[in-house]
Design a protein. Structure first.
Lengths: 333, 333
């Protein structure tokens, strides 16, 4: 790399927009922000490591920059809140060029602009071998509005946004050396967080519990159920699947498990009172966001997947555990 | 490792203390905190990478856990503020054992307790080859109290806490394969941030500009001078040096450059009006914190080091740039 550390910091400092709540941005020991009265500050942090979370021979760097923002925005959306600003930690391996850094930052800033977010700090250094990305995001939420995982109630509906399994199907194809369609590539490499949906569900108090699907439906739903001390019955016939996923499923029915257990959907999963069904459907229509009711919260603390004829189904893939599967972001199909 | 990702999260969740301002801690998509009216939220983030920032054959993991907290507390102290909570991102390489993880977390939690900080979130995953630590810290600061780098004034005194160069001397000895004294090992592996000093200087409005010394006196002072559009004259005779450093300096006078340019001091460097000298000295005495007046802010935008006989001195080491020196946290002596 030709650029020096402080030259790089100065370059991104000039590029980072400043909002009215940002009192101090990049360039000091800390950022300083104002949190308006009656609001909570929300924070989430994510590590993205080369060859663990992404491969540079699969993704272009602009997409990676964009995805780094999206996966964090998704965490704020899952609380029913709005994102405000991000902090970017970057460890750059030997041989990483100025052009590569520019490509990453272009995708990163494009996503910030799209989500109306500010870059307010970070840390840059060399890495020994692989690209290291650490992102922290902060958001604002009116007190009492935040939707946690622990407040789902028995008899609630369970809803999910978008379609499931596309990202996992893309990964399975990449791992098998097969080409990706534009659609699957976009779902895997350039996910968009459901920022507006999260905010609408939060501000209208329509979700009783919510999280974002990063580890897969089965795994993440289990987190929600455990936190809420309830169970769920999921109607497999109702899982929202893209056209491309459905076509693949006809060829290989075992791919269903990718929709159930595959990670990186970055869709929102939430519980809601039955009497709010119409309001939620209206919201989906108003904002053009696909929403599907996939099951019900039950009192028994178990997770049951039901097939079309009412038979229970046991997926063969286990849900994702970062410590258990070194180097593989997802089980391949 | 025997422990699973979610078992680990549950384990540290139980261990993480909760304060009155922490509305939601570990275990959801985000943390939620209350920022009292009239206060700003401060945030800083740091990456610590194996074989870039630390070597596991040199440091024990408890010290590393402790240092990970200290270097972040130092950033909050440098704003004249108080730290509140931290977020821990951990990428664990293959072969990293449960015992190693416990040791790291023991040191980490010990430092949190010492600084009365809360662990409010994080992210854990496998790393491909080397231990990856990403820490974000948040602090609170009454509005108008934060001390930035950009407000030093001509004729101000320049002060520094503690002693300079010990950590760099320790590193030079490690790199030369020499043993470390207890004192040098503590200064390098287990630095304590100047948390109380930062807060006192901020709350009594005694510092006109401040930062913490992580990259070395020459480098960090340059950041402060550039941000403030001023210069400085530093009296080398006044640099605070530990007894051990002074002894080493007698043997090899070139080591002076380690006090001037060597990084990882984690001391505070600040400017202050001349008429506050007595108040600052009283503060130093009250809290038992060594403080030394090392120079003066000047109008010419240059940094001059003056020897005992008034002759200018040019250090031979350049200040630290993370992009320029792959794999070496500091130039060796």
């Amino acid at each position: 790399m030709g650029i020096g550390e402080f030259e790089f910091i100065e370059k991104i400092r000039q590029r980072a927009a400043r909002g009215p709540l940002i009192k101090l941005g990049i360039g000091d020991d800390c950022s300083a922000i104002t949190v308006p009265a009656g609001q909570h500050l929300l924070t989430s942090t994510d590590l993205l490591l080369e060859n663990i979370h992404f491969r540079l021979d699969w993704t272009d760097l602009a997409s990676l920059g964009q995805k780094s923002v999206a996966v964090n925005v998704s965490d704020i959306a899952a609380m029913g809140a709005r994102p405000l600003c991000v902090y970017l930690g970057l460890g750059l391996p030997p041989g990483f060029t100025d052009e590569q850094l520019d490509q990453f930052m272009d995708g990163f800033f494009a996503a910030l602009e799209q989500e109306q977010l500010f870059l307010t700090g970070g840390d840059t250094c060399r890495a020994q071998e692989s690209l290291t990305i650490a992102i922290t995001i902060q958001g604002l939420c009116p007190e009492g509005q935040q939707v946690t995982r622990s407040t789902a109630e028995v008899h609630d509906d369970l809803w999910v946004s978008g379609t499931l399994g596309d990202s996992a199907l893309a990964l399975a194809r990449l791992q098998a050396g097969k080409p990706l369609s534009e659609f699957l590539a976009a779902r895997h490499f350039r996910p968009r967080a459901r920022a507006e949906l999260g905010w609408q569900l939060g501000s209208h108090k329509l979700a009783t519990a919510m999280l974002d699907l990063s580890d897969g439906l089965a795994g993440d739903l289990t987190h929600l159920l455990t936190a809420s001390a309830v169970g769920a019955c999921i109607d497999l016939d109702q899982l929202p699947l893209s056209e491309e996923f459905q076509k693949a499923l006809i060829v290989d029915p075992r791919l269903l498990d990718l929709a159930i257990c595959g990670g990186e959907n970055y869709e929102l999963l939430f519980s809601a009172h039955k009497h709010n069904r119409t309001r939620i459907e209206d919201l989906a229509q108003e904002f053009g966001i696909p929403l599907r009711r996939i099951g019900t919260v039950i009192a028994d603390e178990e997770l049951v997947f039901m097939g079309a004829e009412g038979q229970p189904y046991q997926p063969q893939l286990r849900s994702f555990d970062h410590f258990a599967t070194p180097g593989k972001p997802l089980p391949s199909s």
